[in-house]
Design a protein around this ligand. Sequence first.
Ligand code: HEM
Length: 467
Amino acid sequence: MNMYDNKPLFIPVTTPRPLIFGLSLWNMSGFRRNMLSIWSDKAYRARKLSFKLLNQDYFLCNSPDTVRRVFLDRHDIYDKKSPQMRNALEPLLGDGLFVSDGELWRERRKACSPPFESSFLPGFAAIMSRSAVEMADRWQAMPNGASVDVLNEMARLTAQIIGRTVFGDDVSDEDAAKVVNGFTEYQHTINQIDYADTFGLPFLRGLVNPLRRRKAARATAEVHQVIDQIIERYQQGNKPDCLTLLSVLLDGDVSASGKGGCPLHTEAARNEAIVMFMAGHETTANALAWTWYLLDGCDRSRDKMYAEIDQVLQGRTPTLEDVANLPFTRAVFEESLRLYPPVPLLSRQAREEDEIRGAKVKPGTIMLVLPWLLHRHEKEWDNPEAFYPERFMPGNPRPDKFLYIPFSVGHRVCLGLRFGLTEGILCLATLAQRYRLRLPENHKVDIECRLTLRPKDGLPMILEKRL
Ligand code: HEM
């Protein structure tokens, strides 16, 4: 198949590959900024790799069968979070879904799943489109050619969407801002802790500035206080008109899917609301920012996506029904998630011995699964470094579901998968109807990878009105 019609392909920014794989003192500072910088060419071709670092065993699962083994077939012997990781996240998330394992995780996953069923999606989709229209209106008030930080703008948009879907519309701007700022502050700290713990390098935790730790503690207290007050008002009968994620968590599934409810006690509902907010905010924002960058670099894809959106919507605000009629817009977003998976590194810890591809896995081994490497694997993809949305168009074979894993896969697959995909497509379609976003000349985009993958130092872009 000639996928490429002999047209030049856009090769977007990537990370430098060292000649030799590994982490050493000389590349430690690069690693701290971007933990993808330790992987040499070998890691983009290998199916598995095992190595030892400071007495800690690692096993890199780098093929569909190895990923399947850890995330699905033997998921029962691989814990989601190492004890260190739990320490990092527990102050904010408590026993939330994201950090729990075993029976507690099963219970919480069950309680948190109803709002993500199809019946709720139309209401959430309306919030997504309306929030994107408000952003386009705000841009409208700026002079044509104004420059904005698109990463910030997308973070603002997705925070608004998740805020409205978790808490409802009537939460004050001040309360919403307190929650967003609290998260940002906390994330600055755990960003530093997380990569240390993922790689079992607890000594790096010492590098976290004590002042930052205190700030994070204050931020946590503030986030908890705001959410507790929202819950209190809710329990006193001050309920929003429509169902929110929080109302479903507190009352159980009250009507939409008709299934029996599974209400959570107040503290558990608060913790899960925080999980939703944290898991569903920065990920989609980063994905949208990378998508604007990719569209700017590839005229062909941009023209094709804009033509599809104009033809399908004819100037209307998109609804959930439109999503099925925007296959190229969806393909653009999926290709963006391939090239820049917002969560580029997943880890588990082996509780028992296992054998994978003939290699022994000892208890305690940290299992690494990197969507970043799998999505760019040279033996699995045609032109892996190129931006080519057509590969996700209906009619072309879908990639193996254990190879293309922006939302993870198996038992711990992202609960917000459909939510996040719908949100990305609706926000793109709404904003692209009115704007083209252009990188300023001479701006060099770089990659920062901590807990999530994002453009380093933001993404300045110029807003050009289309209408
Ligand atoms: C483009 C957007 C998104 C991406 C790329 C993404 C990616 C992921 C990934 C990779 C995981 C698994 C992490 C791991 O195994 O360590 C995850 C888990 C999760 N995500 Fe998302 N996510 C997105 C949007 C959302 C949204 C919008 C929500 C909620 C509204 C959400 C809620 C969750 C939850 C609750 C979990 C934990 C599931 C569990 O452990 O059972 N995500 N997400």
